[in-house]
Design a protein around this ligand. Structure first.
Ligand code: NAD
Ligand code: MG
Length: 389
C-alpha cells in the first residue's frame, strides 16, 4: 500500500487527538505533512515530533517563539499565524482532517480541497457557512469531502449503494445534552460549567455547550441539507438519550436504515480515513442484549429554539447559514464569558438573523467567499451590539 500524505488541522483538539490516535497505530502507512493547533503548543510540538511531521503551525503569532523552541533540533518546521495555517493547507496532501472549531476552519478546508486532497470534515461550520463553496472546491480540485460528524458519517454509510432519489427523509439523533431532563425554568440560570458536561460524548468545550443548547444539532440539520442536497422538510432531529443510533435514512418504500455504534468518534474518523475500504477499528463492540432498550423522544422546539431557527435558515438559504453560525459563535462566547445567560443565546441569534436579513450589503449579495466572510463579520458585530444593550 502506498504511503499516504496526511495533514491534521486542529490536531490538538478532541477530534485531532482521536485522529492522531488512529494514525499513530500504523505510522508506516502515513507521511504527516502538517499539524496545526492553537494555544496548546506543548501538545502540538510533542505530536509533531512523534509523528515526524514536516511542519507544525500554531494559529497565534504570539505562540510562534514557544513552538519554535519546542521543536528546535527536531527537523520539524515551525510556523505561526493565520497565513501560515493557510499556507500549510496548500501543501499537497492525499487526506486532510478539518478539525478546527468554528468558521476559522472554512478557508483551510477550501484550500485543502483546492489542492485536490480528500477532506475529512469534522468542521461542520464550513458546511453551514459555505456548503456550496465547499462542494464546488471539491469538484474543482477533484478531491472529495468525507463527513466526520457522526450523524453525517452515518447517513453517508446508509446511502452506500443507494439512489439519493429514493430517499424520503433523513433523521439525525440528538442526546439532548446536559439539560435534557432539567425543568425549563432552571435553564436561565445554567452555568457554562454545567452546560459543558455531556451525557455520552467526550468532546471539545464549545460543541459540548452547543449540545446542551441544541445549537449543535441545529448546525447539523443545516449541514445535512447542504451536504446531501436534501430538502429541509425531509430532515428531522429526534432525541435519543443513549446516542447509539447516530442517524437513520428513510426510503420511499418505508424502510429505515439506521447506523448503530458506540459513541466513539474514532469510528467516523476511521471510516473517513480508510474510505472506500472498511478496516478494523479500535472501537467497542455493542452487546445489544445487555443494552436491553433504546429510547426516542420528540425534539421540543420550546426547550430548544435553536432547532426552529435552523429550519428557518435551511429555508432561507444563501448567506443566512454564515450569519446564523457567526451569531451563534458570538453568543456562545458571551455565555462562556458570563455576559449573557444560557437562554439568551437563541434570542440573540434570532435578532441577528432578522436584523441582517434586510442588510443592504448582504441582501441579494452573490454567494462567494468574500460575501460569506462579510456576513460572518457583520453577524459578529451585530451579536456583540445586541449583547451589550
Ligand atoms: P476542540 O476545541 O477540542 O479543538 C479545536 C481545535 O481547533 C484545536 O486544535 C484548537 O487549537 C484549534 N483552533 C481553535 N481556534 C482556532 C483558530 N481560530 N484557528 C486555528 N485553529 C483553531 O474542538 P473539537 O471538539 O475537536 O471540534 C472540532 C470540530 O469538529 C468542530 O467543528 C466540531 O463541531 C466538530 N466535531 C467535533 C466532534 C467531537 O467529538 N469533538 C464531533 C463532531 C464534530
Ligand atoms: Mg455530530
Amino acid at each position: 500500500m502506498a504511503v499516504r500524505r496526511i495533514s491534521i488541522f486542529g490536531a490538538t483538539g478532541s477530534i485531532g487527538q482521536n485522529t492522531i490516535d488512529l494514525i499513530a497505530r500504523a505510522p508506516g502507512n502515513y507521511d504527516v505533512v502538517a499539524l496545526t493547533g492553537g494555544r496548546n503548543v506543548a501538545q502540538l510540538a510533542e505530536d509533531a515530533r512523534r509523528l515526524g511531521a514536516e511542519i507544525a503551525v500554531t494559529a497565534y503569532d504570539e505562540d510562534g517563539p514557544a513552538l519554535r523552541e519546542a521543536l528546535a533540533g527536531s527537523g520539524v518546521e515551525a510556523a505561526a499565524g493565520r497565513a501560515a495555517i493557510l499556507e500549510a493547507a496548500d501543501r499537497p496532501a492525499d487526506w486532510v482532517m478539518s478539525a478546527i472549531v468554528g468558521a476559522a476552519g472554512l478557508e483551510p478546508g477550501l484550500r485543502a480541497l483546492g489542492q485536490g486532497a480528500a477532506l475529512a470534515l469534522a468542521n461542520k461550520e464550513s458546511m453551514v457557512c459555505a456548503g456550496a463553496l465547499m462542494l464546488a472546491a471539491a469538484r474543482q480540485g477533484q478531491g472529495r469531502i468525507l463527513p466526520v460528524d457522526s450523524e453525517h458519517s452515518a447517513v453517508f454509510q446508509a446511502l452506500i449503494g443507494e439512489d439519493i432519489a429514493a430517499v424520503e427523509r433523513v433523521i439525525i439523533t440528538a442526546s439532548g445534552g446536559a439539560f435534557r431532563d432539567w425543568p425549563l425554568e432552571a435553564l436561565a440560570n445554567a452555568t457554562p460549567a454545567e452546560a459543558a458536561t455531556h451525557p455520552n460524548w467526550d468532546m471539545g468545550q464549545r460543541i459540548t455547550i452547543d449540545s446542551a443548547s441544541m445549537f449543535n444539532k441545529a448546525l447539523e440539520l443545516i449541514e445535512t441539507k447542504e451536504f446531501f442536497g436534501i430538502k429541509p422538510e425531509q430532515i428531522e432531529a429526534v432525541v435519543h438519550p443513549e446516542s447509539l443510533i447516530h442517524a437513520l435514512v428513510g426510503f420511499r418504500d418505508g424502510a429505515l436504515m439506521a447506523h448503530v455504534g458506540p459513541p466513539d468518534m474514532r469510528h467516523a474518523i476511521g471510516f473517513a480515513l480508510h474510505w472506500p475500504e472498511r478496516r478494523e477499528l479500535p472501537v467497542a463492540r455493542l452487546d445489544l442484549a445487555a443494552l436491553g432498550q433504546l429510547n426516542f423522544r420528540r425534539a421540543c422546539e420550546t426547550r430548544w429554539p435553536a432547532l426552529r431557527l435552523a429550519r428557518e435558515v435551511m429555508v432561507a438559504g444563501g448567506l443566512s447559514g454564515a450569519i446564523f453560525n457567526a451569531a451563534k459563535e458570538t453568543a456562545l462566547d458571551g455565555f462562556i464569558e458570563g455576559r449573557i445567560g444560557f437562554t439568551r443565546m437563541a434570542p440573540v441569534v434570532e435578532e441577528v438573523l432578522s436584523k441582517l436579513s434586510a442588510h443592504p450589503s448582504l441582501n441579494h449579495a452573490a454567494f462567494t467567499l468574500d460575501t460569506v466572510l462579510e456576513a460572518d463579520h457583520l453577524a459578529r458585530i451585530t451579536a456583540n451590539e445586541i449583547m451589550t444593550t
